[in-house]
Design a protein around this ligand. Sequence first.
Ligand code: OSB
Ligand code: MG
Length: 369
Amino acid sequence: MRIERAELRHVELPLVFPFETSFGREETKECVLVRLYAGGLEGWGEAPAARAPLYNEETVGTAWHVLEEFILPLLLGRDLPNPRAFPPLVRHLRRHHMAKAGVEAALWDLFCQAEGRPLAQALGGTRGVVDVGVSLGIEDDVDTLLRRIEEFLGRGYRRIKVKIKPEWDVAVVRRIRDRFGAIRLQVDANSAYTPAHFPLLRELDDFDLLLIEQPLGEDDIVDHAALQAQLRTPICLDESIVTPDDARKALDLGSCRVINIKAARLGGLTAGIQTHDLCRARGIPVWCGGLLETGIGRAANLALASLPNFLLPADLSASDRYFPEDLIEPPVTLNADGTITVPSGAGRGYEVRVDRVQRCTLRTTTVAP
Ligand code: OSB
Ligand code: MG
């Protein structure tokens, strides 16, 4: 299929409530949307780089720059046999994984539409519903967080993830356990701790958490191995796993027992599948993470999360957990049993509400060959 033209959009959407992690607080969601045109079809993808380089090194600005100047010019006017031909095309461009992932997702959407098949099926998905949870940020006080958890349990979420950081950890988890008992609970530190915190992190071992996500530095699988050896609770790596080969190394070292797969962090859906396959071959469970994606990015994550080795609940919530108004239709909804149904339509399986995309666009450009 010949890729004729591309459109980039820097969008900003209000969040239903602010999201605070150990690295900062977001009141709105910003990202770059990629729209590809080919043969009368439109493919959409999301590069979930944020406004500032806090989760990783990418930003809306870097993604825009690299997409416009380097990635899209390699693609436009070209005849691609399928989306798996895209990663080799951009392999020589170092990193910028979110930018690449946005284009790859749009290509998958295009090709699946052309073939009339759902994205999940093309990726190798094997289940029609995905078990999900909700990721909740740091709040001003524990009572506010407990009220949030109660609200989301009431909506039917059956797995809760809370963000932690030094001074907002053991006591918070204890209050959650005291209040809600044996719910499925996990924590995410986004790299907020150092080896000096090992005694404190060992205290978290008493709370039967599903996992402890990325406690230490994103560049440090060595100290994570030392910590995992002291814990009963599985460590799950997020930021540290940037390529499928990083997963191999972390597993060889014993740095974690679970891996969070975000196609955007890994450079695309193909790299996500490769990481999934590698973990599956080693008996390591994975789960699908999120970056507060709009419905466009979440549709791709949902399709990926339908692969067989996604064995723990995903950070994929209903549209109304994130936005007053999502960019897709129908919105993503939660089933009564705490799952989300994988759509059966061709491509991403949701309509893009271009009118809403237009309203939240801060900047747009067209790139042509
Ligand atoms: O570390 O998983 C993370 C959001 C922004 C940046 C990092 C992370 C997150 C989340 C959100 O936890 C999960 C979701 O999209 O629901
Ligand atoms: Mg994380």
